[in-house]
Design a binder for this molecule. Structure first.
Ligand SMILES: [Zn+2]
Length: 385
């Protein structure tokens, strides 16, 4: 039987699975998750799970593993991660898809975001299974596609009505227990001015100029809300801007996209209303026309600090690592939001370094994978055995 205070984590197993996943190059876009999904399916089956491959899109399956099908008996615990990784991008000094192991780190695109979390979770399940425990409830392991492009994989899980009492998403969090997440709202703003000869700009309306001023006014909007304990204030970013025709023409059109991240106390409705007010006043002042569109949203969420999942996660953390956990919030959006929306209390807890995600020479600390597996092992033992 496993010693509950120091479970025997198979570090080699976790590292090997992670390396194999990195080597499959599950880049999205375009969405090459199939081979990674097949590796996970095989590992889940070796551990005794009943598995399903659910093709959400051609060649792009979610993997669902179910351990001990006793749905109505005891707790259902769900571990989720995404198999897709962002494209490698420039400036790598090593092969992003070789899975190089060096100085206690595994390098490669997706190492920390979040193939490492998927591998560490398998490591935790293996520890429990190899120790001979039998689950009293049900353990679900889901590896979904397309998190990096909007969450189609997780959305499909929800559409199919997946049920659980508690969920964990092993996105990189530097082993911080994240119990809240910012939302996001993206807008496309188009400004329509009036062309004129550049030598007589007063005869036209320069859409680039007007939109630029409007964007800065939107950035300066004051919203009335209290900063969130873990998520702080909202953020604003102008991500794209394009406009104009030629150097000697007063720009007749310009459009931009902006990204606003919000704590739960700042509603999307309020944000949109305030932006519309700014644009209306700019229309009056400059005679330009604006078109505002919401192009994407992701809901924020927060759990009660005293809720059951937070309490037993903290307890499992202390027992696994013999130290006090840090509790915090997730500044970026994760698939966790879909689970929360479906009524499943969800915690984000994963390896680090978190700030390495999406960068060149991405890596994950092997030590943080082992620690994560220890914590997840304790969580499984606490809830399912
Ligand atoms: Zn991720």
């Amino acid at each position: 039987m496993v010693n509950e205070t120091s479970p025997n984590i198979n570090k080699k197993y976790i590292v090997e699975i992670l390396r194999n996943l990195i080597k499959t190059k599950p880049i999205n876009p375009p969405g090459q998750e199939e081979e990674a999904a097949l590796i996970i399916k095989e590992e889940l089956e070796k551990l005794g799970a009943k598995t399903t491959l659910d093709y959400v899109k051609p060649k792009r399956p979610n993997v669902i593993g179910i351990f001990d099908e006793e749905e109505d008996k005891g707790t259902t615990l769900l571990f989720n991660g995404h198999t897709d990784v962002v494209p490698p991008g420039p400036n790598w000094t090593i092969d992003p898809f070789e899975g190089i192991v060096k100085d206690g780190k595994v390098y490669g695109r997706g190492a920390v975001d979040m193939l490492g979390g998927l591998a560490a979770t398998l490591g935790a399940i293996k520890t429990v299974i190899d120790s001979g425990y039998e689950f009293k409830g049900r353990l679900l392991y889901t590896a979904v596609i397309a998190e990096e492009t909007g969450g189609d994989g997780a959305i499909k899980l929800m559409e199919d009505g997946i049920k659980a009492d508690y969920a964990y998403v092993s996105e990189p969090s530097d082993l911080e227990i994240r119990i809240a997440e910012r939302g996001l709202i993206w807008f496309k703003i188009k400004c329509i001015g009036e062309a004129a000869h550049a030598s007589t700009p007063h005869l036209g309306i320069n859409a680039i100029e007007v939109l630029t001023k409007a964007l800065l006014a939107i950035k300066d909007i004051k919203y009335d809300y209290e900063p969130h304990e873990f998520l702080g204030y909202h953020t604003f970013n102008i991500g794209l801007i394009k406009g104009g025709v030629k150097t000697n023409i007063v720009a007749p059109e310009c459009e931009a996209t902006i990204d606003i991240r919000t704590p739960p106390s700042l509603s999307f409705k309020t944000v949109e209303e305030k932006i519309r007010n700014v644009l209306r006043s700019f229309e009056e002042i400059y005679g330009a026309k604006f078109d505002l569109q919401v192009i994407a949203t992701a809901d924020p969420f927060e759990l009660d600090k005293n809720s059951e999942i937070v309490r037993f996660t903290c307890k499992a953390f202390k027992e696994a690592l013999d130290m006090e956990p840090r509790i915090g919030g997730m500044l970026g959006a994760t698939d966790g939001r879909f689970f929360v929306k479906a009524g499943i209390p969800t915690v984000i807890l994963g390896p680090g370094p978190e700030d390495n995600a999406h960068k060149a020479d991405e890596y994950v600390e092997i030590d943080s994978l082992v620690k994560l597996a220890k914590i997840y092992t304790q969580i499984i033992l606490k809830t399912l055995t």
